[in-house]
Write a protein that binds this ligand. Structure first.
Ligand SMILES: [Zn+2]
Length: 276
């Protein structure tokens, strides 16, 4: 029996981190073998954003987002803003991210996080790109900034304003985000034994608003928890969604890859865009 042909997209994968330096070629090969055809690498600070763009320019099917993560908000200044703006000139840059608020770890002061988040939302609107958003114990504040921001976007961007990555909020907040033009990113936590609430909430979401992601090297899905995560494992998230929705894995892959293409503005069908 032949394995089904999958067309998967990992919309959030930190391949720029040094944990992948030694075996990146193997990691990309395993991803391709598991049907992963596109990967988006979000930057977490200026250096990481530069490396994300470089990797995207070197590998077909790999794209980048550029931005400063809330943990790194204290590194933000006008020069960084100027450099990130310049990086968006690369056609491989498809979003501003990873940006947002993290009031759980509070590695940067909350007022600094909020100011830097707002500055990067302004940058995204200026350059006409969607945003990749990190939110931890801050969903109320994140949506308070995001939804009015999205409302004033030009029409072409308003239905593809961004993604709330590794979504862990309730259905009501997700619905407000969907109405505001946002997608949610679903990753490894969906497979955790104790994540029944997340599975119940996800099962009630419209499939045309869901993206698959690994957040590799973090959030490794079951049964590989406590190992380094990698993009090949996005397939395990697709399998879990397939069970939840009672839809074939190939269809889940196709739907979520089309959603990613709609959000990030790449051509879903083009073979030349695939990794390896
Ligand atoms: Zn991330």
């Amino acid at each position: 029996m032949n394995a089904p042909v999958l067309d998967l997209t990992d919309t959030h994968c930190h391949l720029d981190l040094s944990t992948f330096d030694a075996d990146l070629t193997n990691v990309l090969e395993r991803a391709a073998k598991n049907g992963v055809k596109r990967i988006l690498i979000p930057g977490i600070n200026l250096d990481s954003s530069r490396k994300a763009v470089q990797l995207a320019e070197e590998h077909p099917g790999v794209y980048a987002a550029v931005g400063v993560h809330p943990h790194r908000s204290s590194s933000w200044n006008d020069a960084v803003a100027q450099e990130l703006r310049a990086l968006t000139q690369s056609p491989s840059v498809r979003a501003i991210g990873e940006i947002g608020l993290d009031f759980y770890r509070n590695l940067s002061p909350q007022d600094v996080q909020r100011r830097v988040f707002q500055a990067q939302l302004a940058l995204a609107a200026e350059v006409g790109l969607p945003v990749v958003v990190h939110s931890r114990q801050a969903l109320t504040e994140v949506l308070a900034d995001l939804l009015p921001w999205a409302e004033q976007l030009p029409k072409t961007l308003r239905t593809r304003a961004g993604v709330l990555h590794a979504y862990s909020g309730d259905l009501e907040a997700a619905s407000r985000a969907f109405a505001g033009g946002f997608y949610v990113g679903i990753g490894g936590p969906l497979t955790y034994r104790k994540a029944q609430d997340l599975r119940d909430i996800t099962a009630r979401m419209p499939t045309d608003r869901l993206l698959l992601e690994t957040d590799a090297p973090y959030l490794t899905p079951h049964p590989y928890r406590h190992q380094r995560n990698e993009p090949a494992h996005v397939r395990l998230v697709a399998q879990e969604l397939s069970k939840l929705f009672g839809i074939e894995e190939t269809a889940i892959a196709q739907i979520t890859s089309q959603n990613a293409a709609n959000l990030f503005g790449w051509n879903n069908g083009s073979k030349s865009n695939h990794i390896l």
